[in-house]
Design a binder for this molecule. Structure first.
Ligand SMILES: [Zn+2]
Ligand SMILES: [Zn+2]
Length: 230
C-alpha cells in the first residue's frame, strides 16, 4: 500500500469509529479509544519521513535503553505491550481486518492496556491504605454518581497524593477515562500518542519490533547473548 492508500484507509476508519464521549454504548466507547490515534495520523502527520532505527540487540528494541536480559528483548512490560500493539495494528491494517468492529475492540483494549504508563497504571500503584482514606473522606460515595465508591480517580495531575484523588465507582471511573475527548492531549500521554501514530502510519517499519511478519524476538535475544559474551 502506498502512503495515499494508507491515508484513505485511515480516513475510512475515522468515519466508522466514534470519538471518545460520543457514544454511550460500551463497545463504541471502547473502540473510541483508537480514534485520537487515527485523528493524529490524518491531521498531524504530514509527509513526515522517519528513518529506520538500526536494530542494536544491546538495547531495548522499542526505546533504546540498554538491556542485558537474555529472557526478553525489552526493558519493561510497557515496551513489550507497545510494540505488540503496533504489530497487531499494522497486521490487521494491512489485511483490512481492522475494518471489522470486533477487531477494533480487541485493538482498542490492547492500546488501552498499553497506556498503563499514563493514568491507569498509576492508579494501580495507589496503595489500598490511601484508597481507603480517600473513600472515607467522601463518606464512601462515588464523587460522580453517589454509588458506593470502590476505586479512585486522578484529578488535575497524575500524582498519587490523596489530595489529587477522587473516590469513584468502577463504571464512573471507566466511563470518565474512555469518555474524555481530550485524554490523548494530556502532557503525560501525548508524546506516546505521537510516537505510536507515526509508527503505525509509515509504510516501512521504523523499528524492527514493529514488523508483524519479520520480528523475531528469539533471534534478537540470541544476538544479544553473542554480543555480551564477546
Ligand atoms: Zn524499552
Ligand atoms: Zn459512580
Amino acid at each position: 500500500m502506498t502512503k495515499g492508500e494508507r491515508r484513505a484507509r485511515f480516513a475510512s476508519l475515522a468515519s466508522m469509529i466514534p470519538r471518545p464521549g460520543e457514544s454511550q454504548v460500551m463497545d463504541d466507547q471502547m473502540r473510541a479509544v483508537l480514534r485520537p490515534l487515527i485523528d493524529r495520523i490524518l491531521h498531524d502527520i504530514r509527509d513526515q519521513d522517519c528513518s529506520r532505527v538500526e536494530p542494536n540487540p544491546r538495547l531495548c528494541p522499542n526505546c533504546d535503553v540498554p538491556v542485558e536480559s537474555l529472557k526478553s528483548p525489552y526493558c519493561s512490560p510497557h515496551c513489550k505491550e507497545m510494540c505488540g500493539f503496533i504489530r497487531q495494528f499494522r497486521g490487521s491494517f494491512e489485511n483490512a481486518q481492522i475494518l471489522d468492529p470486533e477487531r477494533q475492540i480487541g485493538l482498542a483494549q490492547a492500546f488501552w492496556n498499553m497506556q498503563g504508563g499514563g493514568f491507569p497504571r498509576r492508579q494501580a500503584m495507589v496503595t489500598p491504605k490511601i484508597i481507603a482514606k480517600v473513600i472515607e473522606r467522601e463518606g464512601g460515595k462515588c464523587a460522580r454518581c453517589g454509588a458506593p465508591a470502590t476505586e479512585v480517580e486522578h484529578i488535575g495531575s497524575a500524582c498519587n497524593r490523596p489530595i489529587n484523588l477522587l473516590p469513584v465507582c468502577s463504571p464512573c471511573n471507566r466511563a470518565h477515562l474512555f469518555g474524555d475527548p481530550n485524554y490523548d492531549r494530556r502532557s503525560e500521554v501525548s508524546p506516546l500518542y505521537d510516537e505510536v501514530a507515526l509508527r503505525i502510519f509509515v509504510p516501512e517499519v521504523v523499528r524492527v519490533c514493529d514488523d508483524f511478519e519479520l520480528w523475531d524476538w528469539r533471534a534478537y535475544v540470541a544476538e544479544r547473548r553473542a554480543l555480551l559474551i564477546n
